[in-house]
Write a new protein. Structure first.
Length: 965
């Protein structure tokens, strides 16, 4: 019970025993079985309702033909209907858990259609009064439209959610979420096998896995269609949850176990305000191109997560647990020479995920859902030997997510309230420098919305008129919190010199070592908070054979970035004969050593209020087999005071009943102005030096042997440059084909994006301009097929999807903000680059050919399910760090450069696999055991590890259990 309490949210500062995973899973197995048995008694009062298996629906009121496609994608039923019978009709909305038949009857209520069953999963929709026999297919074949093979467990549903015109859209259903991505609960890992998603960095020479990354439970961030990783729009239940103040100079990565860290950065920033585990996601929709005018404020793609909905006809619930540990993982030495010269030991870890939820009706038309999910990680590693205190470093991470929904369905409309809250706390303590106590990397966030939907039906010549409005408030607080506001990067033993006794309370002498560094202190505190208040509305309907939609939104963002106390960084150890004349000097020891350099980061608080307004409209014009969808979006924000007009245009032609050809032109504007507004108020840093004068070293300013001014850095006012908003112009052409042999779905697309007005520095380096640009080209090919109702031995279902893409990316400038201090320099083919500026060159040599694969099967009446997913890259030419260095003068100062050379990268493939088995099932629920394997073939990839961090994690197992009723 102690372990379960830890998983479900009780903070435990003591490290959990890795060997307790098996005990935990056995306990969970007994608990899950008990829950399943107990649910029989609990649900006896709804036994009659539960005769049919319930399915979770979330289908809004919309054109009936579109609603039917969504219904099929959710249930896998085959539905036959006349195109004339559904033309111009509008569906009712359906949400919650219910039987498919009940949902379909509600969907077609008021349309003048009736339902006739052919089999348990095959029906015909006929006008009332029709004498057609549902079993007489011959009477319907000439005019019937049949959509099938889009079961949510079928791979075809990935492509456009069953719409062949949506060549830039991929929808991952709940059942596919369970069988894709990485084990561990990160919903964003589902994107890794998609064609225009890039997530690998093959050029790194310090790619070893470490305890900090192992504990990082934030969602992965990936490049979509050549854009930066934080340039995507992430939506949760129809509301944008992007963290708007993240910037390139701040660390998306957490502070790693480096001896010298970047104290100027705000660690822990992330492009999302709320972190959603895959346990509560119903569908995940990704759009990489041809994106509707409904969406704005992105340069990459749109990721929409829809969470599970309340059940409306009965009470239901679920509980799940899964775990892994270092004993279930393989660590590989991944240095370029395959050696471990410092005899570094792998870190130990334990990771556990748990979730629980309950849902049901509390009154007529009123239903509720409440769920809690917790992801937990613990790591332990040895401290470096030079420190006096030699206990192991053990730290934890807790990522808790609460999801609560209340829905009221009445004749006057549907009203719902949803709150999603994430409490994220990651402890950080380095083993390479000494900290008084672990720092906190915080990532709390919440999203609350009140939504109202109303179907007005027909008004004059306008039919199926629907209104949707949302009012929302999003909050987040991210950053690093450490009570220690000083950091010391000192030398305890100069090369071939004597040990500094003044540091003996922190570090110790190591026999045989000619040099010993002594690093200690903390990160200080720097956080960023955001509160976003807004509303949006949209209307859509039909006019004759055409459709229209329009909407507007306003968003007021209040943001604060602050460092509440001064932070000081001491470095550059010097030796000599001197007296420390100041009693309060923290970095001076008589005749032994003193710190020559001191950098002071001033406390500050920057408050910014940003207003954003948007208007959009689009229409769908249907002329026979041709469809045109012109649209336009207008955005305004009051930081740069730019009004941006973005045209959107899509067209499609149904060449045959199996071939649909589509194309489009679209413009997408950036939406990261809040980051620049916050950066304009950043703190000032001042560097002071001191030298021995008359045998003295002082801690005072401008005195003999004391500190004197060396340099300083101040913030840049980005609003003063008259900048235009960066944008991407996009051109696409593609086709969706149903093959005539086995009725699989084939999709091919060419995508071109041209980025203009990207922010770049002028030649003098003292002003920002719009002279940057980017370009991205890709060709992608996808194919999917599923066979259902098989009777081939124990095999019941089999499905697969495969994709391959070629891509080329060019970026002239990838650093929006001024370079950070301590930045490395790179020398390549006769030119000098900063590390951030060199990303553009590496981008020109981006991984050109990538691919993905999903495979799944159901056996033994689908009690046993097997699945696998893979992503691969073909060999290509790129660049690599040669490990050689050269000194080159930069702005009058000699700078050490890492020399990069051309390199041929090898083929790589990452394969995940899994299985689930239904241990027990009653009419009220089931218990399922799961086993998942990440990186089945123990791939280490092209990126290498350093000698001080030599391991890359390979094959890893996860074990889990889930019960539902």
């Amino acid at each position: 019970m102690h372990l379960l309490a830890d998983i479900l949210g009780k903070k435990n500062t003591q490290r959990l025993n890795r060997n307790s995973v098996s005990h935990l899973l056995v306990t969970a197995l007994l608990g899950c079985s008990a829950l399943t048995t107990g649910s029989v008694v609990f649900n006896q009062h709804v036994a009659a309702i539960a005769q049919e298996q319930s399915v979770s629906f979330s289908i809004s009121a919309q054109p009936l033909s579109s609603a039917i496609r969504e219904f099929i994608a959710t249930t896998g039923w085959q539905i036959s209907y006349s195109s004339d019978a559904v033309a111009g009709k509008r569906s009712s909305g359906v949400s919650g858990n219910m039987s498919p038949e009940a949902a379909l009857r509600k969907l077609i209520s008021g349309t003048g259609l009736q339902l006739r069953k052919r089999s348990s999963t095959s029906v015909a929709l006929l006008p009332f009064g029709s004498k057609a026999d549902a079993s007489a297919d011959s009477e319907l074949l000439d005019e019937v439209v049949v959509y099938a093979n889009t079961n949510p467990s079928n791979t075809e549903s990935l492509f456009g959610d069953g719409d062949p015109r949506a060549i830039g859209k991929t929808t991952i259903s709940r059942s596919l979420i369970k069988t894709g991505g990485d084990a561990g609960g990160d919903i964003n890992s589902q994107l890794k096998t998609l064609p225009n998603v890039q997530w690998q960095n093959h050029t790194s020479t310090d790619a070893g896995d470490n305890a900090t990354n192992e504990q990082d439970l934030r969602p992965g961030q990936y490049s979509i269609s050549g854009a930066d990783v934080d340039a995507n729009l992430f939506m949760l239940d129809g509301i944008g949850i992007n963290s708007r103040g993240a910037g390139y100079d701040d660390k998306a990565d957490l502070p790693l176990d480096e001896k010298i860290i970047d104290l100027k950065a705000t660690y822990g920033l992330h492009s999302q305000t709320v972190y959603i585990p895959d346990a509560v996601v119903q569908t995940l929709t990704v759009q990489d191109s041809d994106i509707s005018a409904r969406y704005g404020g992105f340069q990459g793609g749109v990721i929409e997560a829809e969470t599970i909905n309340p059940t409306t006809d009965r009470w239901s619930g679920f509980a799940s647990i899964e775990g892994t540990a270092d004993t279930l993982a393989k660590f590989n030495i991944a240095t370029d020479d395959g050696k471990n010269p410092y005899d570094v030991k792998p870190y130990e870890f334990l990771k556990l995920n748990g979730s629980i939820g309950v849902s049901g009706p509390i009154a007529d038309g009123l239903s509720i859902l409440s769920s809690f999910s917790n992801r937990y990680a613990n790591t332990t590693r040895e401290r470096e030997p030079q420190f006096v205190e030699q206990k192991d470093v053990s730290t934890n991470t807790q990522s808790m997510t609460f999801l609560n929904k209340l829905k009221l369905d009445r004749d006057w409309g549907e009203l719902s309230v949803t709150n999603t809250t994430t409490l994220y706390d990651q402890e950080f303590e380095s083993h390479r420098y000494l900290m008084d106590e672990a720092a906190e990397i915080t990532g709390d966030g919440s999203s609350t919305q009140l939504s109202f939907q109303k179907d007005f039906g027909d008004l004059g010549e306008i039919s199926n008129l629907n209104f949707d409005s949302k009012f929302f408030i999003n909050t987040s607080k991210k950053g690093n919190i450490d009570k220690n506001n000083a950091f010391y990067a000192l030398t305890a033993k100069p090369r071939n010199g004597d040990f500094v006794d003044g540091l003996s309370d922190v570090c110790r002498d190591l026999p045989g070592e000619s040099y010993i560094g002594c690093f200690y202190g903390g990160l200080g505190e720097k956080t960023q908070s955001e509160t976003s208040l807004g509303s949006s509305f949209s209307v859509d309907g039909d006019w004759l054979e055409h459709k229209f939609s329009a909407g507007a939104g306003v968003n007021r963002i209040f943001a604060r970035r602050e460092r509440p106390t001064e932070l000081t960084f001491y470095s550059s150890s010097k030796i000599g004969t001197f007296d420390c004349v100041s009693a309060d000097d923290p970095a001076c020891w008589n005749d032994e050593m003193y710190a020559r350099s001191r950098v002071t980061y001033s406390p500050y608080e920057t408050n910014v209020a940003l207003t954003e307004v948007n208007l959009w409209a689009e229409t769908e014009l249907n002329y026979g087999n041709f469809q045109f969808q012109p649209g336009v979006r207008l955005d305004y924000e009051n930081f740069l005071n730019n009004v941006n007009v973005a045209p959107r245009l899509k067209a499609s032609w149904e060449a045959t009943d199996r071939v649909v050809i589509s194309g489009g032109f679209n413009r997408y504007y950036d939406d990261s102005m809040l980051g620049y507004a916050l950066k304009s108020g950043d703190s000032k840093s001042v560097t002071h030096w001191r030298n021995i004068e008359n045998g003295n070293i002082s801690n005072a300013l401008d005195t003999e042997g004391g500190w004197y001014y060396k340099s300083s850095k101040t913030a840049i006012d980005y609003a003063s440059f008259g900048l235009r908003t960066p944008y991407n112009d996009e051109y696409t052409v593609g086709a969706s084909v149903t093959d005539p042999l086995i009725d699989g779905v084939f999709r091919i697309k060419y995508l071109h994006r041209k980025g203009e007005d990207r922010f770049a520095k002028n030649e003098a380096g003292d002003a920002l301009t719009n002279d940057g640009s980017s370009k991205y080209d890709s060709v992608s090919v996808e194919y999917a097929k599923t066979w259902s109702d098989l009777s081939f031995g124990p095999l019941n279902t089999l499905g697969f999807s495969v994709s391959a893409s070629w891509a080329k990316r060019h970026v002239t400038n990838n650093s929006y903000f001024e370079e950070v201090e301590l930045e490395d320099y790179i020398y390549y083919k006769g030119k000098s680059y900063t590390e951030s500026g060199f990303d553009g060159v590496k981008g020109n040599l981006d991984i050109p050919i990538r691919g993905g694969l999903r495979l799944q099967a159901g056996l033994l009446d689908n009690r046993l399910k097997l699945w696998s997913s893979a992503s691969f890259t073909l060999p290509y030419d790129g660049v690599i760090d040669s490990k050689e260095n050269i000194d080159i003068e930069v702005d009058g100062t000699e700078q050490k450069h890492d020399v990069y050379v051309d390199h041929r990268y090898d083929f790589t493939t990452y394969v995940n696999a899994g299985a689930s088995y239904q241990l027990a099932k009653t009419e009220f629920g089931e218990t399922v055991v799961t086993a998942k394997v990440n990186n089945v073939f123990n791939e280490t990839g092209n990126a290498t590890a350093s000698d001080t961090n030599p391991f890359k994690k390979g094959r890893q197992f996860w074990l889990g259990l889930k019960t539902s009723f």
